[in-house]
Write a protein of this length. Structure first.
Length: 372
């Protein structure tokens, strides 16, 4: 085992070779003519902004995308030079500060468009189109006005239009939203903004809809191996979060008839002698508090998690598993011996989507970067 820093002995192993592999897989799916902006928002979905961004850049990604201006500062301070999109996340009053960054802001409303136009500063921008998500972007009734205002501010260079499909599982809805986006592109073209990048393909659209790859794409989950089934089976990507591990910090023997207060709702009463182990990981690390809690692997055997998870501990039933002692390595996600728990297994057991579960775990535990 790699030496851990001075911290709780609970960590995630993040496979940087898998990041590089996934970039190449994504490039093959998208084609060489499609520009890839690797999404690194939310601290690269918990995996570490700088390390993941640098790995993506080294693997040939065309650009990055974040949603916090401070991430831009961190990336540039780390000497990462690829273009960066700043997704809509700021106020109009912050336009002057954003304009000083080496970044391409995504403008999503008239207030921000007017704020950037008032700067009288040459700047490349993207514009966000709301094609049906109902969250951010210019809706269809406002496209002509937005295009006219943008044309009146020639210092703002339209680098691209961007939209986000709301539900790629629904083919008919996705087709409608793609048609909406294409109408927006025609409006922009009719106002003289050609050529410009057209981007509607996030990870699932890249996988399921090659006709909507257009000229740019913004994959995130695909690059990090965080897709749920059936999307996860559509490409030979590898999970970047390779393992979640902990180590036993206490072992106890309990005689028959003892009551363990860790039970959920009522104490656990042991009808025969029981052996338990404690590991320092709890619901503050992104796992769930209430059952189902699933199993872990220790000494090559599966052990159930008992009762309820506390904020920073989990209790294991290791009765009948020889060799478990203080310091024994415990697998919550990954492989040990002949046993294996995948991210999809853990997600299904805990009834949490991988996109919710994995970033929380990676963000809240010690990260250990590994190469295969």
């Amino acid at each position: 085992m790699n030496k851990l820093p001075l911290a709780r002995p609970t960590w995630v192993e993040i496979d940087l070779d898998a990041v590089e592999h996934n970039v190449h897989i994504t490039r093959n799916i998208a084609g060489d003519s499609v520009k890839l902006y690797g999404v690194c928002k939310a601290d690269a979905m918990g995996c570490g902004l700088i390390t993941i961004a640098q790995t993506l850049a080294d693997a040939g990604i065309d650009g990055l995308a974040v949603s916090d201006p401070t991430d831009v500062l961190k990336l540039r301070a780390a000497d990462i030079k690829v273009p960066i999109l700043l997704f809509a996340s700021t106020l109009p009053e912050q336009a002057a500060d954003i304009a000083t960054l080496d970044v391409i802001p995504v403008i999503h409303d008239f207030e921000s468009l007017e704020a950037f136009a008032r700067l009288k500063r040459s700047l490349e921008i993207f514009c966000k189109i709301d094609s049906g998500m109902g969250r951010l972007g210019f809706t269809e009734k406002n496209w002509i006005t937005a295009a006219s205002e943008l044309a009146a501010a020639p210092q703002l260079k339209l680098k691209g239009l961007y939209t986000h499909m709301s539900n790629p599982d629904d083919q008919d809805l996705t087709k409608e939203q793609a048609a909406c986006f294409e109408r927006a592109c025609k409006v922009a073209t009719s106002h003289g903004f050609a050529p410009f990048e057209q981007m509607a393909a996030s990870s699932r659209v890249l996988l399921g809809y090659p006709e909507y790859h257009y000229s740019a794409a913004d994959p995130g989950r695909l690059l990090l191996g965080m897709l749920d089934s059936p999307w996860s089976e559509m490409a030979a990507t590898r999970p970047v979060i390779r393992a979640l591990k902990s180590r036993v910090i206490q072992v106890q023997e309990h005689p028959a008839g003892v009551q363990l207060g860790i039970g959920y709702g009522k104490p656990i009463k042991s009808h025969q002698s029981m052996r338990t182990a404690v590991i320092p990981i709890g619901f503050s690390d992104g796992l769930n508090h209430a059952p189902p809690l699933g199993e872990v692997i220790v000494c090559g055997k599966r052990a159930p998690v008992l009762g309820r998870r506390s904020i920073e501990f989990s209790l294991l039933d290791i009765t009948g598993i020889p060799g478990v002692e203080v310091g024994s390595e415990v697998i919550l996600l990954g492989e040990q011996g002949n046993e294996k728990i995948t991210a999809l297994d853990l997600s299904k057991t805990l009834n949490l989507p991988t996109l919710e579960l994995l970033p929380r775990i990676a963000h809240n535990t010690t990260r250990l970067y590994v190469r295969s």
